[in-house]
Design a protein around this ligand. Sequence first.
Ligand code: SAH
Length: 513
Amino acid sequence: MGMDGYTEKMVYLVGAGPGDPGLITLKGMECLSRADVVIYDYLAAPALLAYAPPRSQKIYVGKSASRHTMEQDEINALLIEKARTNGVTVRLKGGDPFVFGRGGEECAALQDAGIPYEIVPGITAGIAAPAYAGIPVTHRGVAASVAFVTGNEDPAKPSTDIAWDHLVKGVDTLVFYMGMGNLPSIVTELLHYGRPSGTPVAVIRWGTKPGQQTVTGTLDSIVDIVNKASVKPPAIIVVGEVVGLRERLSWFEKRPLFGKRIINTRARAQASALSQRLAALGAEMLELPTIEIVPAGSGSTLAEEIADITKYEWIIFTSPNGVETFFDLFFARHGDIRALGKVRFASIGPAGTAALEKYHLQVDVTAEEAVAEGLLRSLRGAVPSWKDMRVLLPRAKKARDILPETLTAWGASVTVATAYTAHRPQESDRAVIESVLRKEYDLITFSSSSTFENFCALFTGEEFSQVASSLRAASIGPITSATIRSHGIVPLVEARTYTIAGLVAAIEGFFNP
Ligand code: SAH
């Protein structure tokens, strides 16, 4: 219901793009964000559903070559029923709705039922998968025309809808969808109508996804190559001289972490910085948060200290979480930044410093090395004397004692206040745990000792000995590594600077020595 009482009723046929969730259009996203119902397919990236309102109904009508979950008439009927009883219905379809997507049939059904609809085109797999394989479907001097062809139709059947002779003679680049089952007969047909046997061919499976697989050959060799590599659907087949450009133009598969599957154990609220950076380098990221952050509330010691904050000369933060909680409580109490007075700030690492700078606060001391010892080294000379200096230390409930103890030994008056408690989450994604047990991953990242300890607690004793025997761990620094070693496991990767950026750099270096 809009502000003027107008209720929109509309069905949007939205192209979800080829697989990489980033390849949906802005308009498609906007429709999703207003959806009451989302009816989606096997090929539409599941990650996109997160952009639909949480209250919206999400219905899977997935199809794959072997298994039809729902017949097309059933989908049409469902679409009409949902459209009649809801405001905004999004029909989310892989690639483009009108390219081998049966979108036209769905529109015709809506038209007959008198239901209004709009089409939001998408990036079709026939262009995007080759692009991510480094193959432009047209190229000056190489290919001046391209055709999208269904590979679903058995060329051996007596009457065919495809004008093979014209395709072979008239079009430079041929892009086949749904062709994996018929690859041998497609090849036979192309050769029969006169394509040279040396014509380059590429087969791209799950194009634009982290697990993209590309094989290349010629019309003569491609069937064998595909069988040997056991390339399965969904895949795009590209036939033509443009395939040769891949040698120079391949980019997606050349990223430093392409083909690596990495499991991230950070708390969900903080996981994205690490996952985004590793994904940008080409890794496939799985999330297995082993920590859940619960911030301190209004009745906490921290809240009490914040009420009287001007008595402090220093506030020392040991994590961005601490900063966030501090300011949530601070603004709940004061509502004016000037209530901070002339307090000085220190932060253990660049992430905490960045969190403070978001409030337009200059940080007086950032540790040169992001551990307690490093922070102490940087703090030592920051003032002529720490004697009687009043210091507030908002931090995790479980933390090392060295910081408050050393500051106290220097003569400071230190108040430690719990800013947040880190719990073990109630539930974990079973599919990711299975990947760990089956060793179907390349690295697991640990950004603190507790992420590792909580990780261990996910498994039974017997399971853990199996997991531990070949655990491929990446650690953020020496403290976390020591915890991992205490369980008899040697981390494969240890960051040289103890930050997320440092961990990312170490992982990149590990795979590309
Ligand atoms: N409407 C979709 C096509 C649906 S037909 C589009 O415009 O892309 C299904 C076929 O699309 C599959 O059999 C496969 O040939 C192709 N396809 C879809 N997504 C793909 C992907 N990510 N990688 C390779 N092929 C894909």
